[in-house]
Every structure is written in structure tokens, then in C-alpha cells.
Design a binder for this molecule. Structure first.
Ligand code: MRU
Length: 354
């Protein structure tokens, strides 16, 4: 099965000149429906509602969003200022994943060369993301199998960092798929990922499609599962990785990393280089998205707290580099806890495309 979280449909849209096609992740796994997006503000809404989500997929949304804005500008007769403002709304739709702004910035300089050039660059970026994910998964699997001496591994993951969060293959789930292809996976513990259940709804959906043995547990079970010795390593995706290896990812990731450290098992981050933000020396300045408290105070739309109680809903946390054993990227594996960080990996691989 080929799932695509986001792609360009060349014949969609009012004028049949193309539009973004999103798999609406708010409805999975119960319903498989797509949104065709040809207005900038609809794309911004889809990003905020998490119809499209996950850092690398947001990078593609950012790049294709520039095409959407250009098409809308042409249709509506916007001036340059209105077009720039629309692009900016896409760029800032969510703050934590660096990929969103990165995707916009990658294609924006090509605007002067015309829509065709921007679209081509956006499609190339999506293609390269999938290739990067496959490569970082291979490197991650090699790294893990060199260090964990078991015929088959028991792995814990948090949130969803699979096909649905990328333009293809996946990052953390990509690592699990690579290990599964080598017949080295015993069982995956997928944290459900409160409050929006990306682990239960999306990761379990992907693992089931791939025939990978898995169970879903509550987030609050994770530390105990790790300390009981039921897990050999944890692997998660990332929304932004600072130069020193501090890593922003879905809220709850930090607790998983702390438990792994206590249990002495590897905590791995898997992410394409587009998620690395070398402009940040550490994670202290990473903006953490705070979402509507109602996502916490309601369950399936039903209030679960007394009237007047408010929710506190940070969507991400930052795991300090001292807890991160490995960051697997397509450029190589950094080991922040042992002092080989992303800045060093960048220097060592500076001949490669940034
Ligand atoms: O709020 P979300 O669903 O966009 O959060 C997603 C995550 O935290 C993922 O782990 C991260 O973006 C990496 S996706 C390869």
C-alpha cells in the first residue's frame, strides 16, 4: 500500500492546474478522506488542525504552499505584498517544526523564476525527503544492531514519525521498518500520544499495514515498560534538533528519554537533515507550540473536567542532548551524549548538500 500524506495533484483545482492533496489525518484510522487545497488559508487551517502534520510533511506543505499562494495570487489579482503575506501565514502556521519554515525558504528564492520553477523545486524536496528517510533508517539499523545483542529487538516509539509524517517511508517508523525487513523486530510498543492520539491512530495504523507486531500503550505506561526491561531501545522523530543535539519532539518524549537513561538502553532520534537547526546552539530558544486546552479537557468531544477547569496543552518538549544517545540522519549518526553533536557531523560532512 502506498500512503501519501501530502502530494501535488497536477489536474486538481478549479482551473485544473493543480492543487495540494492531503490525506486528512484527523479522520484516520476510521475514515480515509482527502482534502484538496487551493487556498492559502485552507492550507494554514489544515496545518493547524493537524490534517497534515509531522515535521518532514510540514516541510513539503511549506514548499507546496508557496505554489498555492502564487496560484491564488494570480487568480485573485493580489499584489506582491498580499502574496508575501500569504506565504508568511503558511511559514508561521505552526512554530516548533523547523521544516515548515525551511520548506518555504527553500523554494521562495525561485519565485522570480516563475511558478514552474517553484513547483519543480517543491516536488524535488519531497522526493529527497523520502530518499533521506530511507538512508537514515539504514544507518540507524546498523548502529542499533552493532550495539544490541538480541536476535529480535523490542522497541518503543512515541507519537507518529512514519509515512504519514513525511513524504514517504518515515523516520522513527522507517527505522522500525528497516529492522523488520532484516527480520530483527520482536515487538513495538507504540505510545498512544495524548491528547490527539497520533501513536494510537496513526503509528498503529502504519504498523498494522506493514504487518509489524505491535501493541499500543498509554503514555503513562512507557516509563514502567522501559524500567521493567521490556524494551531494548526507543526511537522517536524530531521537530527541531539544535546543534548540540537538544531535540524538540512530541510532548512525552522527554519522559521516554529519562526512562531510557535510567534503564541504560539507547534513546535514538531519527530525522532528516532538514530537521536540524544549526542556527540554534542549544534547545533553550525552541518555541514550543501551545495548543487549545480543550484538546486536553475533552475526550472525543465530551468534557472530562469540571466546568471552569482549563487545560494546559504544550504540544512538544525538548529532550536535552545529555539524554540522546544517537541522532540518525542521512548524513550520518551523531552521538550527542558522548559529545559528538550535530555541529560536528555538519563539519565532517560539509562536502555534502546542505
Ligand atoms: O503535532 P504533530 O503530530 O505534528 O507532532 C509530530 C511529532 O512530534 C513527530 O514525532 C515529529 O514531527 C517527527 S515526524 C517524522
Amino acid at each position: 500500500m502506498t500512503l501519501r500524506a501530502i502530494e501535488w495533484d497536477h489536474t486538481a483545482g478549479r482551473d485544473r492546474t493543480g492543487a495540494v492533496r492531503l490525506l486528512d489525518q484527523t479522520l484516520l484510522p476510521l475514515r480515509t478522506e482527502f482534502r484538496t487545497v487551493e487556498r492559502t488559508d485552507d492550507l494554514v487551517t489544515a496545518i493547524r488542525e493537524l490534517a497534515v502534520r509531522g515535521a518532514p510533511a510540514l516541510g513539503v506543505a511549506g514548499a507546496l504552499g508557496v505554489v498555492v499562494a502564487m496560484d491564488e495570487a494570480a487568480r485573485e489579482g493580489w499584489d506582491d505584498q498580499a502574496l508575501r503575506a500569504a506565504v508568511d501565514r503558511v511559514r508561521h502556521a505552526r512554530p516548533t517544526a523547523v521544516n515548515l519554515a525551511w520548506g518555504v525558504d527553500e523554494v521562495l528564492p525561485l519565485m522570480a523564476a516563475g511558478r514552474g520553477a517553484v513547483l519543480e523545486a517543491a516536488l524535488r524536496l519531497a522526493h529527497e525527503d523520502e530518499a533521506a528517510n530511507r538512508q537514515l533508517s539504514r544507518l540507524a539499523a546498523d548502529w542499533l544492531l552493532e550495539r544490541i545483542d538480541r536476535p529480535r529487538l523490542r522497541v518503543l516509539t512515541h507519537c507518529n514519525a512514519g509515512i504519514l509524517a513525511t513524504s514517504g517511508w518515515g523516520t522513527a517508523v522507517g527505522v522500525i521498518k528497516e529492522l523488520h525487513a532484516r527480520d530483527r523486530v520482536e515487538l513495538v510498543y507504540a505510545d498512544e500520544t495524548r491528547p490527539l492520539l497520533q501513536g494510537a491512530r496513526l503509528t498503529a495504523y502504519e504498523l498494522a499495514n506493514e504487518g509489524i507486531p505491535h501493541v499500543v500503550q498509554t503514555d503513562s505506561a512507557a516509563a514502567s515498560t522501559i524500567l521493567r526491561g521490556l524494551v531494548d531501545f526507543a526511537v522517536v522523530g524530531a521537530d527541531r534538533i539544535a546543534a548540540n543535539g537538544d531535540t524538540a519532539n512530541k510532548i512525552g518524549t522527554l519522559g521516554v528519554a529519562l526512562a531510557c537513561r535510567d534503564a541504560g538502553i539507547p534513546f535514538m532520534v531519527a530525522a532528516p537533515w532538514s530537521t536540524v537547526d544549526l542556527s540554534m546552539s542549544d534547545g533553550s530558544k525552541i518555541e514550543i507550540e501551545e495548543r487549545d486546552g480543550d484538546e486536553v479537557t475533552r475526550w472525543a468531544g465530551i468534557p472530562v473536567v469540571p466546568e471552569g477547569t482549563h487545560g494546559f496543552n504544550p504540544a512538544f518538549d525538548v529532550t536535552p542532548a545529555r539524554l540522546v544517545d544517537a541522532v540518525s540522519t542521512e548524513r550520518g549518526v551523531a552521538e550527542p551524549r558522548s559529545g559528538s553533536d550535530l555541529a560536528m557531523l555538519a563539519r565532517a560532512t560539509s562536502g555534502l548538500k546542505q
